[in-house]
Design a protein around this ligand. Structure first.
Ligand SMILES: Nc1ncnc2c1ncn2[C@@H]1O[C@H](COP(=O)(O)OP(=O)(O)OP(=O)(O)O)[C@@H](O)[C@H]1O
Length: 429
C-alpha cells in the first residue's frame, strides 16, 4: 500500500478492497480533505516524530502532495535526533522536509503552552512562505478526551468543553486535524502494519505534565465504560450547542457591530437589548481579545464588573483596551498605556499591525489607532511637523512615525491587522 498512487488508492477505497482498518483511516482523511481543501496545492504536515503525527504524515502522503515540517524547540537533548528521524522518513519517500528551530530558553509562563504557540507561529510563517495554505496536525480522539478532562478540572464552560476543532484558521493558515475522530491505537495499528516506526517522547510519561496525568486518569475511567471515543462523542454534542450560540453571536455582530480603524464599535442600543448575559460576555471578550491581540482571555471577574456597571461608566480600561461608552456606541480601542514605547521597523508586526508604505525603510511606529490619536494631539500641540505620507493627524518625529490614525493613511500606505477581521475572531478555534 505504501507506494500506491492516490488515484489507485481512491479507486481501491471506492471498491472496498482496502483492509477495513486502513480504509476507516483513509476515509476519515478523505472526508476532511474534501470538506476543507480550498485548492489542490501541496499541504503541510506538522510532525513531531510521535506516533500520531507520523501516521498523519504517512496516511496523508498517500492521498495528497505533502510537505513535512518539524520544530525543534531546543528543550530536550533528543529533539535533534527526533527531527533527523522525520527527515530520514521523508527522504526515503521523496517528501519535502523542513526543520525549524525555536529558542525556548527565554520563554515565560507555561512552557508547553509557549512552545505550542511558537510552533503555530513558526509553522504558519513557513507555510505562507511556500504558498501552503493548509497544514495538518496529528491530534486524535485520545488528545480530545485528555483535553476535555483537563478543562473539566478547570471548571470550563461550553466553549472550553466543546473541545478542539477539526479545522481552524490562525496565522493566515487553515489548520486541519483529520484524525481527531480516530483513536491513537488505530493510528499506531496502521504504523505497525506498515512497518513505520516513531519516536517516544520521554516527557509523554512524565506525570509532572498535566496532559500525562489526564492520560492516566482517562485509563482509570474504563471501569465506568468511559473511553476516549465516548468522551469525543460528548464533546461533539457540546460542540453543536456551542456552534448554535456562536452563530447567534455572529449574527448579532454582523447587524450591530463594526470595525473602525482597528477599533470595535458596538451599537449601544443593541448592546442594551441583549437579554442574556452570556451573549454580552462573549461579545465583550471577543472584542477585547481582538483589539488587544492578547494570547489569553480577559479576567472573567473584570468583564463581569464591566457588564454590571457599563451604563454608568463612560470610560473603563480592561485587558489592555479602553471601553468608551458613548450615546450611540461602545468603542473598544487599544489602551495607549498598554502599547507606548514599542518601536518596530516597518513591515514587521507591531502590536497587531503591519504598516507598510512606499517610504517604508527606516520607519518606526510608536502608536497607532485611537491610542495613537491621543498621542498625536499631544505632539501636535507641541508643534511637531506633519508627515508627508500620512493624512492629518499622523505625526512624525524625524524618521520616526510616532502616531497615525489608521483611517487616515494615504499615498499608498497600508496598515493591516495580522489576525484578520473581527468577524473572523468570533469564530471559535
Ligand atoms: N515539534 C513539533 N514539530 C512539528 N509539529 C509538532 C511538534 N510537536 C507537535 N506537533 C504537532 O502538534 C500535534 C499535537 O502535538 P502533541 O504535543 O499533542 O503531540 P506529540 O505527543 O508531540 O506527538 P504526536 O501527536 O505526533 O504523537 C502533533 O500531532 C503534531 O502534528
Amino acid at each position: 500500500m505504501t507506494e500506491t498512487p492516490p488515484e489507485a488508492l481512491r479507486a481501491a477505497l471506492e471498491a472496498g478492497t482496502v483492509p477495513p482498518e486502513d480504509g476507516a483511516l483513509f476515509w476519515a482523511a478523505e472526508a476532511v480533505l474534501n470538506l476543507y481543501l480550498p485548492k489542490p496545492g501541496r499541504i503541510g504536515v506538522a510532525v513531531s516524530g510521535g506516533s500520531d503525527s507520523m501516521a498523519t504524515l504517512a496516511l496523508l502522503s498517500q492521498l495528497h502532495a505533502v510537505a513535512a515540517v518539524t520544530v525543534d524547540h531546543g528543550l530536550r537533548p533528543e529533539a535533534a535526533a527526533e527531527a533527523a528521524f522525520v527527515a530520514r522518513f521523508c527522504a526515503d519517500r521523496g517528501i519535502p522536509f523542513t526543520k525549524l528551530s525555536w529558542d525556548g530558553s527565554r520563554a515565560e509562563g507555561n512552557l508547553m503552552d509557549a512552545a505550542r504557540r511558537a510552533r503555530l507561529r513558526l509553522i504558519g510563517a513557513w507555510a505562507r512562505g511556500r504558498g501552503i495554505r493548509v497544514v495538518a496536525l496529528g491530534h486524535t480522539a485520545d488528545d480530545q478526551a485528555e483535553t476535555f478532562l483537563m478543562r473539566l478540572a478547570r471548571e470550563a464552560g461550553l466553549e472550553g468543553l466543546s473541545g478542539m476543532r477539526e479545522a481552524f484558521v490562525e496565522e493566515e493558515v487553515l489548520w486541519l486535524r483529520p484524525f481527531l475522530g480516530q483513536s491513537r491505537a488505530d493510528l499506531r495499528g496502521y504504523l505497525g502494519r506498515q512497518g513505520i516506526g516513531w519516536v517516544e517522547d520521554p516527557s509523554n510519561q512524565n506525570p509532572q505534565f498535566e496532559r500525562v496525568r489526564a492520560r492516566q486518569a482517562l485509563a482509570m475511567l474504563a471501569p465506568l465504560g468511559l473511553s476516549a471515543d465516548k468522551i469525543t462523542a460528548v464533546v461533539g454534542h457540546l460542540a453543536m450547542a456551542e456552534q448554535a450560540v456562536s452563530l447567534s453571536l455572529q449574527r448579532l455582530a454582523a447587524a450591530h457591530v463594526r470595525e473602525d480603524a482597528g477599533d470595535v464599535l458596538i451599537e449601544a442600543q443593541a448592546f442594551r437589548n441583549i437579554f442574556d448575559p452570556e451573549t454580552a460576555r462573549r461579545l465583550i471578550n471577543a472584542a477585547l481579545g481582538w483589539v488587544s491581540g492578547a494570547e489569553y482571555p480577559p479576567r472573567a471577574a473584570k468583564v463581569l464588573d464591566f457588564l454590571t456597571h457599563w451604563r454608568t461608566r463612560r470610560d473603563s480600561t480592561l485587558h489592555g483596551c479602553r471601553l468608551i461608552v458613548g450615546d450611540e456606541a461602545i468603542r473598544i480601542t487599544r489602551e495607549a498605556g498598554a502599547v507606548t514605547g514599542l518601536r518596530v521597523p516597518s513591515g514587521q508586526v507591531w502590536d497587531r499591525w503591519i504598516l507598510s508604505g512606499p517610504e517604508a525603510p527606516g520607519l518606526e511606529i510608536a502608536a497607532l489607532g485611537e491610542a495613537g490619536l491621543k498621542q498625536a494631539q499631544t505632539w501636535r500641540a507641541a508643534g511637531l511637523p506633519r508627515p508627508s505620507a500620512l493624512a492629518s493627524p499622523g505625526v512624525w518625529r524625524g524618521e520616526t512615525l510616532v502616531a497615525a490614525p489608521l483611517a487616515g493613511l494615504e499615498n499608498g500606505w497600508k496598515a493591516r491587522i495580522v489576525r484578520g477581521s473581527f468577524a473572523n475572531a468570533l469564530i471559535r478555534r
